[in-house]
Each structure stands twice: as C-alpha cells, then as structure tokens.
Write a protein that binds this ligand. Structure first.
Ligand code: FES
Ligand code: FES
Length: 170
C-alpha cells in the first residue's frame, strides 16, 4: 500500500510500480482537474506541484512521490476561494476550451517560485545578478513547456504578468 499526500490530504493507494502520477490522480483518486494531453512530456497539461516545484505528472511514477507534498489545481485556492492566478486567468480571458488551463496555472505558480529563487532560464542575460526581472521574454521562455491549442497565450501571459507584477514591456 502506498501513501500519497495531495492537497493536504493523505491517500492510501495500492500503487502499481509503473503507474504514472497523472493516472493515479485522475483514474484512482478522481482528481480530474489535472489533464492528460500528450502523455509523453510535450504539452504541459499534466503539470502539478511537488513540494512547490512543477513537474510533469505524466512522466512521474507515482511510487516515487510517496510522502511528498503534491498540489494539484484542486488544491491551489484556499477555503473555497480562487488562487489569485486563477482569478486573473478569468479576468484576462486566459483560456478558451480550458483544457490546458490547470497545467498553465500550476506551472506558472512553480515558475514564479523559480524566479524568486534566482533560477536562470535560457534567456536570462545577467547570470551574476541577485534578482531576475521577469520580462515578457523571460515569462514566455519559462512557460514554453505549456502549450495552448486554442491560442489563448496573450491572455495567459497577461494573467501571469499581472499576478506576479512583472515588467509589462516586450
Ligand atoms: S500530458 Fe504530460 S506533458 Fe502532455
Ligand atoms: S484554452 Fe484550449 S488548449 Fe488552452
């Protein structure tokens, strides 16, 4: 029997060694907010947070995440209220069909934390600087693993930029 901690709740699950975290979330625990797009690490729809870091749950074996703290889109808001980024997605029309949205939001929460920790990206110019300014280029680069087939990217970028008070220029 395996034990998973998801959104602050403990779950005892009879885990099979080869089951992905994504399949366990969706098929065994009924947490269908996390989406399956490509199931091979290419689209970002399945992004969740583990101990605050974003991972692709379709590429993660559930057994590797026992006793870690997993957060899915269902667990981001507090006390029935939306997370500020969820509210910003609505305000900025950062979605159309909504299929990519849970992954976009979880990914952006993890991304903002990476920036706070000073983790550079491919486009970070000054690696010696203590803080990284999250320009639109940085934001786009850092969110490039999350695809949106509806083309809602402008709204997605606007929602993330507003929530994390980023530089507005191109
Ligand atoms: S479903 Fe995991 S990256 Fe596409
Ligand atoms: S809103 Fe439809 S795929 Fe992004």
């Amino acid at each position: 029997m395996g034990h998973l901690r998801i959104n602050g709740k403990s779950y005892s699950v009879d885990l099979e060694a080869r089951e992905s975290l994504l399949d366990v979330l969706r098929e065994r625990l009924g947490l269908t907010g996390t989406k399956k797009g490509c199931d091979q690490g290419a689209c970002g729809a399945c992004t969740v947070l583990v101990d605050g870091e974003r991972i692709l749950s379709c590429l993660a074996l559930a057994v590797q995440y026992e006793e870690r703290s997993v957060t899915t889109i269902e667990g981001l808001g507090a006390d029935g209220a939306l997370h500020p980024l969820q509210a910003a997605f609505i305000e900025h029309d950062g979605l159309q069909c909504g299929y990519c949205t849970p992954g976009q939001i979880c990914s952006a929460v993890g991304m903002a934390e990476e920036v706070r920790r000073g983790v550079p990206s491919q486009v970070t110019g000054d690696l010696s600087s203590e803080s990284i300014a999250l320009s639109r280029d940085e934001l786009r680069e850092r969110m490039s693993g999350n695809l949106c087939r509806c083309g809602a990217h402008n709204g997605i970028v606007a929602a993330i930029a507003e929530t994390y008070a980023m530089e507005a220029g191109e």
